[in-house]
Design a protein around this ligand. Structure first.
Ligand code: FAD
Length: 347
């Protein structure tokens, strides 16, 4: 039996089933001194069908899965709670237009895994040379759905101890952490690792912003935009991904934020506009009806079925303008959701 198999088997015994977790709790119970002040608390946990682990990870994206793999391998007592029904569920929805902008270069000429990983931005670390993302796609910019498949297979293959459909909505701390899920289940743990990514849209404080649509849930059917004038707020990858997607059907697209575009090939920061998303720049520079505006939006109104947008240019001595659009889509980025923490453990 390989080292990995042996680790997997021993881990499986420890933590993959609720009943076995109970067995673990009970052995802790027997090991405890007969202290009347702590016994009722532990008995209460058993009655509530709560579960206790040494390590608890929240979030089954690449970060959470990677840590779960190493805890599993080390034979640790852990659980991972994932809100979705599958691992990697972020990539089921994002990027909205379904093409990843991370690189998957399969044919590198290198045999060594370490060397291959330089141009493989998707594979998680593991001891199994067959479990790499190149087995799922050869595309340089792969489909998001292929990554979801890979992450799910990774979780299953290594028998990671994941509870799906477990959205955490409250975390508090006394000596240890208490973690509650929306479905009413309680977990206790000594070490808590939050790997929930950035799950909330960042909404800029602009009067009238509530009238607009958001990258999170706007239509991704180009036909819904035929002959429309569209304003996209933000100049990151999600804005340009959206603009590219609509450029065949929308009549005119303006992409707007106070600062000028930062190109990733120039700044060497992958969060700036990637070349794979910047087709739209051509439509602007080569005299389409599209434009990139460096401007502050002062307010957005909705009158007679159209959006009236008041803006002040960042250049041109702060010149002001009022522009009309059929749709305004906010693509201003994401932020971490810290609403799950009680004040006892607010990061
Ligand atoms: C629009 C957009 C496009 C992107 N495109 C790419 C790309 O093409 N390629 C790339 O490599 N990276 C891309 N990224 C970056 C990528 O999303 C992150 O680097 C990566 O997902 C981070 O992994 P993670 O495990 O930290 O978080 P995530 O992948 O976001 O995973 C977090 C997990 O936590 C779960 N979760 C959240 N809250 C709770 C809760 N309260 N309880 C239980 N579970 C919870 C979620 O369901 C999710 O499965 C993109 C990011 C954005 C915002």
């Amino acid at each position: 039996m390989s080292e990995v198999e042996s680790n997997l088997n021993s881990q499986h015994k420890i933590s993959s089933h609720t009943t076995e977790s109970f067995a673990w709790q009970k052995s802790e119970l027997t090991a405890l001194p007969k202290n009347p002040t702590c016994l009722p608390q532990i008995e209460k946990k058993l009655i509530d069908s709560s579960e206790t682990y040494k390590y608890l990870i929240i979030g089954g994206g690449p970060a959470g899965l990677q840590l779960a793999y190493f805890l599993n391998k080390a034979g640790q007592n852990y659980v991972l709670l994932e809100a979705g029904e599958r691992a990697g569920s972020f990539f089921e929805t994002f990027p909205r237009h379904k093409k990843l902008i991370s690189i998957n270069k399969v044919y590198t000429g290198y045999k060594e895994r370490e060397a291959r990983l330089r141009s493989d931005w998707h594979s998680l670390l593991c001891d199994d040379n067959e479990m790499f993302f190149g087995q799922y796609s050869r595309r340089y910019f792969p489909k998001a759905e292929d990554y979801v498949k890979y992450l799910q297979d990774y979780a299953e293959y290594f028998e990671l101890n994941i509870h799906y459909g477990a959205r955490v909505n409250n975390i508090s701390k006394t000596e240890n952490f208490t973690v509650k899920t929306e479905s009413g289940k309680t977990y206790f743990c000594e070490y808590l690792i939050v790997a929930t990514g950035v799950s909330l849209p960042y909404i800029p404080n602009i009067p009238g912003i509530e009238l607009t649509e958001n990258y999170f849930d706007c239509s991704i059917n180009p036909d819904d935009y035929i002959n429309q004038r569209v304003l996209i707020l933000g100049k990151g990858n999600s804005s340009f991904e959206t603009a590219n997607h609509l450029s065949e059907t929308a009549r005119a697209i303006h992409v707007c934020s106070p600062n000028s575009v930062k190109l990733a090939w120039n700044t060497h920061y992958v969060g700036h506009l990637r070349a794979v998303n910047n087709e739209f720049l051509d439509t602007y520079q080569l005299k389409g009806q599209n434009a990139i505006l460096d401007a502050y939006i002062q307010k957005i109104e909705h009158k007679n079925g159209e959006f009236v947008v008041h803006l002040t240019f960042s250049h041109a001595q702060g010149q002001k303008a009022i522009l009309l659009y059929d749709r305004v889509i906010v693509c201003t980025g994401f932020r971490f959701d810290d609403s799950i923490f009680e004040t006892t453990c607010q990061p």
